[in-house]
Design a protein around this ligand. Structure first.
Ligand code: PEP
Ligand code: CO
Length: 449
């Protein structure tokens, strides 16, 4: 039975329990904020969403590779042209490395233009002896540890909508207006990264692409083709605040089908994917491509039933399973999951999130991740898929184009004592531009083999 023949409506989730929702203090204000958003234009269009789903269908068959990445939690104050450009640049660079050295088309999906809401392990936290609501993302409250800033404010969702629109606008300008043209690959190299061994490897690769393009031009091929001049770039975020998602869920005028037009792809977090919960119910009825995070704490049977509910027609490209076990646990948890789901014949894109299972607190009290653990989890991910005869179809990162010091290790070997030098994240630690590029070169080797 197709999802769209059930009793689903964009509000049917409201009858079920929704975990990880803020305690909004004022019901009236919440209602009026959501009503405002529901009247505003959609952020993305159904046709673009269908394009992404078709591309992900290719990744499910091993004919393309998904690269998804961006901030853990986007910061309202960092919604600036240079900030967005730097993140886009590093994703474009990684994609070029993966497609040129790895030999497969790369589907570029940002955690961007709406990644403003976070699940938290506790509703409140103690700061200097005072109990405060936890920070739940910029669309809910502000990270400053004072009660007035931490109180959830639904008007922040309206602001989040506008900032997502501004972000998408400049992303569309960059990707369609010439900035992302392949004959500009050399220009994407970050000033800071340029001088590093990674930057030099990238420069070499970019020169080869330049030469190939020049050759094409010499023999008379059209290098002004949109394939060369433009990039396809898609947006995604965790579908956590269901009121916001509902307000942006619209019926496609050409097909009459429902799409969540807050982003092209939505994912469901490891903490909110209960079979009978509100998040699974909501996502079952929108036709966007969906991601689902799966960590060590899962039940194989429940995962199967969630997939059956979210993708009853087993449509390729609809479901991406994003595994996030940790370098020390992936060998225990991934093989039985792959075997159990392969047996059922599910069409899935398998993606690796090597970030969320590898978080720990450094001696300096910073939340961090180690570059080697991240790389090790990816390596295991590929090897396990090869051994099981399944397809490693993508990777999912928390990263930024800025020169932050949040994850340890990498080419410049960031140590615990360096973390405070430029630690900017409001939530989880991200790879910086150089670390991201370094990972891309390593993953390209894996894709090629
Ligand atoms: C995230 O991707 O930021 C996140 C919270 O992940 P997970 O649901 O896997 O914990
Ligand atoms: Co995170």
């Amino acid at each position: 039975m197709s999802t769209q023949e059930t009793n689903w409506t964009k509000s049917s989730w409201q009858n079920l329990s929704a975990l990880q929702q803020p305690n909004w203090p004022n019901e009236e204000k919440l209602k009026s904020s959501l009503e405002t958003i529901s009247k505003l234009p959609p952020l993305v269009f159904a046709g673009e969403i269908r394009t992404l789903k078709n591309l992900l269908g290719e990744a499910a068959q091993g004919r393309a590779f998904l690269l998804q990445g961006g901030d853990c939690s986007e910061d309202f104050d960092k919604c600036t042209a240079p900030g967005i450009r730097e993140t886009l640049k590093v994703i474009l660079q990684m994609a070029v490395v993966l497609s040129y050295a790895g030999g497969k088309p790369v589907i570029k999906v940002g955690r961007i233009a709406g990644q403003y809401a976070k699940p938290r392990s506790a509703d409140t936290e103690m700061v200097n002896g005072v109990e405060l609501p936890s920070y739940r993302g910029d669309m809910v409250n502000s990270p400053e540890p004072l009660a007035e800033f931490r109180t959830p404010d639904p008007e922040r969702m309206v602001k989040g909508y506008h900032l997502a629109a501004a972000t998408l606008n400049i992303l569309r300008a960059f990707t369609k207006g010439g900035y992302a043209a392949l004959n500009r690959v050399t220009a994407w190299n970050n000033e800071f990264v340029k001088t590093s061994p990674m930057g030099r490897s990238y420069e070499r690769l970019a020169k080869q692409i330049d030469q190939a393009l020049h050759f094409m031009e010499v023999i008379g091929l059209d290098v002004n083709n949109p394939i060369i001049k433009q990039a396809d770039f898609f947006t995604s975020h965790e579908a956590l605040l269901l009121g916001y998602e509902e307000a942006l869920t619209r019926q496609d005028s050409t097909t009459g089908l429902w799409y969540d037009c807050s982003a092209h792809m939505l994912w469901i977090g490891d903490r909110t994917r209960q079979l009978d919960g509100a998040h699974v119910e909501f996502l079952s009825g929108v036709l966007n491509p969906l991601g689902m995070k799966v960590g060590p704490n899962h039940d194989l049977d429940e995962i199967k039933r969630i997939i059956d509910k979210l993708n009853p027609d087993n449509e390729p490209g609809r479901m991406t399973l994003i595994t996030r076990f940790g370098a020390d646990k992936i060998e225990k948890f991934l093989p039985p999951l792959l075997r159990g789901l392969k047996k059922e014949g599910y069409n899935l894109v398998w993606s690796c999130d090597p970030m969320h299972g590898n978080t720990y607190t450094a001696e300096t009290k910073h939340k961090t991740r180690n570059f080697n653990d991240i790389l090790h989890e990816i390596q295991c991910f590929f090897e396990i898929h090869w051994a099981e005869g399944t397809i490693p179809g993508g990777i999912h990162f928390e990263l930024t184009g800025d020169n932050v010091t949040e994850c340890m290790g990498g080419g410049r070997n960031i140590m615990a004592q360096n973390l405070q030098e430029n630690y900017c994240t409001n939530c989880d630690p991200r790879l910086n531009a150089e670390q991201s590029l370094e990972i891309a070169f390593q993953v390209a080797e894996m894709i090629r083999s």
